[in-house]
Write a protein that binds this ligand. Structure first.
Ligand code: GAR
Length: 225
């Protein structure tokens, strides 16, 4: 039987849409049983409804965390949800809620964790001058943007990049990485060993470097005058 997944969103829902699209494949090991937003005005709700996925809103504004999470938990149980995928869900969850879903809740974050936890990751990556940036899918542990890493994708940071260009390059990778990572978890291909996640999947190969250290960069050049 396929794992029943709830996707939690707060905004436009482009990662949600990528997960819904991937889950249409007959051999995908999970079905998207619910899209839930903590904001009634999240753009992703309309996309999900148009795709025929059940949607729900549990409003988080102006109420205590415990009341919000109790209702959230009740909705997830009523829909017999087995896995939760946070996709641009911008509400910090309490330790109690996170523990209840430990090993069954994923998040995608737009940086190569543990670098740039929190907000404004692309601006901060540009300010730091990193040459490689990217995204991470991880199991959720208590602590913001923390938990065992399942997968990462790296992109180069180019000299002419602004925040929007870099965000778009990372987002394209998010849309490829998240469906793959959710499938691994749903298919039982993720094991926790000593606080780290081991994934049964194709291994990565080669070296990712930017700029590329080609032969010219390695040879010693006589000084030019
Ligand atoms: C995505 O870039 C996601 O990685 C990020 O929010 C964006 C949501 O976009 N998540 C976080 O920053 C969580 N810490 P989307 O609604 O189009 O998927």
């Amino acid at each position: 039987m396929k794992a029943r997944v709830a996707i939690l969103i707060s905004g436009r829902g482009s990662n949600m849409a990528a997960l819904i699209a991937a889950a249409r494949a007959p051999d995908y090991p999970a079905e998207i049983a619910l899209v839930l937003s903590n904001r009634a005005d999240a753009g992703g709700l309309a996309l999900a409804a148009a795709a025929g996925v059940p949607v729900a809103v549990v409003e988080s504004r102006g109420r205590p965390r415990e009341a919000f999470e109790a209702e959230l938990q009740a909705v997830l149980e009523a829909r017999r949800i087995g896995l939760v995928a946070l996709a641009g869900f911008m509400r910090v969850l309490t330790e109690g809620f996170v523990r209840a879903w430990e090993g069954r809740m994923l998040n995608i974050h737009p940086s190569l964790l543990p670098a740039f936890k929190g907000l404004d990751t692309h601006r901060r990556a540009l300010e730091a001058g990193v040459r490689l940036h990217g995204c991470t899918v991880h199991l959720v542990s208590p602590g913001v943007d923390e938990g065992p890493i399942l997968a990462q994708a790296a992109v180069p940071v180019l000299a002419e990049d602004d925040e929007a260009a870099l965000a778009a390059r990372v987002l394209a990778e998010e849309h490829r990485l998240y469906p793959a990572a959710l499938a691994w978890l749903a298919a039982g291909r993720v094991r926790l060993e000593g606080g780290r996640a081991r994934v049964e999947a194709e291994g990565a190969s080669g070296v990712l470097a930017n700029p590329l250290p080609g032969p010219a960069a390695l040879s010693t050049q006589p000084p030019r005058d």
